[in-house]
Design a protein around this ligand. Structure first.
Ligand SMILES: [Zn+2]
Length: 81
């Protein structure tokens, strides 16, 4: 049994944010979308795709995923003394 964790919408503060699923949905995903547990984003893939869709206000936004910085943060060398 899949547990659905809705996220809080940053715009309306309702806990109605669901995952946006891109591409061709399977049967399970289509049923989830009908139940309001997922949102189908369609097949159009762009570079700037949102990850969450708010069922309350239709706001879409991106969530922070694991981000790998290209360069590690450089800490200043501690000066001896
Ligand atoms: Zn909202």
């Amino acid at each position: 049994m899949t547990r659905i964790c809705k996220t809080i919408c940053p715009q309306c503060r309702e806990r109605q944010g669901v995952d946006i699923a891109y591409g061709m949905p399977g049967i399970e995903l289509a049923e989830m979308a009908e139940r309001g547990e997922a949102w189908l984003g369609g097949c159009c893939l762009t570079d700037d795709m949102p990850d969450r869709h708010c069922l309350a206000c239709s706001h879409e936004w991106r969530i922070k995923r694991r981000q790998y910085p290209r360069t590690p943060p450089l800490l200043p060398e501690p000066t001896a003394g």
